[in-house]
Write a new protein. Structure first.
Length: 185
């Protein structure tokens, strides 16, 4: 602005600087108000995400089958179930003594993201972490013996350092065969 308003800038530089700052603030305020007007409400965001998931599924229902040698870590079970729900996938987790089988079906983008989670993002060799800090913070008695549910009794006996997840099959379906994501023993 000093080059544009050379005559005025020479006479009163602080006045020109104040004018430039006012114009900058006016442009910034106009920009922020226009962004606020376009911003979606929470309900509109949820509706937009749901419509994108439905549009993804309308292109076809895809499925993937994964084999995990040892699925005894509760964090892994939670990540498998929660990410399936978040990507609008249905299916089941089947446990047998030697391994666990995870079957998921849904839209192509959801299956792609879930496959990336299963094959790259989850560290399958990670041991389950003790939850003693949360129990002590609640003021409860510390119980050093872990509580095992009925699904853990069917957990495979392979060591966690040898644990891995492999993609057994991936392909397209005509329709969904599952109504939700379930765990079967």
């Amino acid at each position: 602005m000093m080059r544009v308003l050379t005559q005025e800038a020479v006479l009163d530089p602080s006045k020109v600087e104040a004018r430039v700052r006012r114009e900058m603030m006016a442009r910034k305020d106009a920009h922020e108000t226009s962004n606020a007007e376009r911003k979606l409400t929470h309900e509109e965001k949820v509706a937009k995400l749901e419509s994108k998931k439905e549009a993804d599924e309308s292109l076809g229902v895809y499925a993937a089958v994964f084999k995990v040698l040892n699925l005894s870590n509760g964090q892994h079970k939670f990540k498998i179930r929660k990410n399936a729900e978040q990507h609008n996938l249905t299916g089941c987790t089947l446990f047998c003594p030697q391994f666990a089988l995870i079957v998921v079906e849904g839209g192509q983008k959801g299956i792609k993201a879930y496959t990336k989670l299963m094959l790259k993002r989850i560290n399958w060799t990670e041991e389950a972490q003790a939850r003693d800090n949360a129990e002590l913070a609640d003021g409860g008695d510390y119980n050093p013996k872990p509580v095992r549910d009925e699904l853990d009794l069917m957990a495979p006996t392979t060591a966690m350092q040898d644990n891995e997840c492999t993609l057994v099959w991936s392909g397209q379906h005509r329709e969904r065969y599952f109504s939700g994501f379930r765990v079967r023993g």
